[in-house]
Design a protein around this ligand. Structure first.
Ligand code: SF4
Length: 65
C-alpha cells in the first residue's frame, strides 16, 4: 500500500504523525515529508487512520496492494 502526499496541502498539524510516527515522518517544520510513503506490511490499518485524521486531506491512499 502506498500513500500519496499532495504537494503543498500539508498544514503541519501533525495529526498523522501522532497516530503513526513510524509511517508519517515530519520535517523540522512539522510538515509531512513530501515523498510518497510505502506503508510496511501489517501497518495498513494504522496508515489509513492517519490518512483519515488529516484535516487538510493531504494524504491519499494510492493502492491497496
Ligand atoms: S495530518 Fe495532514 S496536515 Fe497534519 S502533518 Fe499530517 S499530512 Fe500534514
Amino acid at each position: 500500500m502506498r500513500i500519496h502526499v499532495k504537494p503543498g496541502a500539508c498544514q503541519g498539524n501533525a495529526r498523522c504523525w501522532s497516530l503513526a510516527p513510524d509511517i508519517f515522518q515530519l520535517d523540522e517544520g512539522g510538515y509531512v515529508l513530501p515523498d510518497d510513503i510505502d506503508v510496511p506490511e501489517g501497518q495498513e490499518q494504522l496508515a489509513r487512520r492517519g490518512v483519515r485524521a488529516c484535516p487538510e486531506r493531504a494524504l491519499q491512499v494510492k493502492d491497496e496492494g
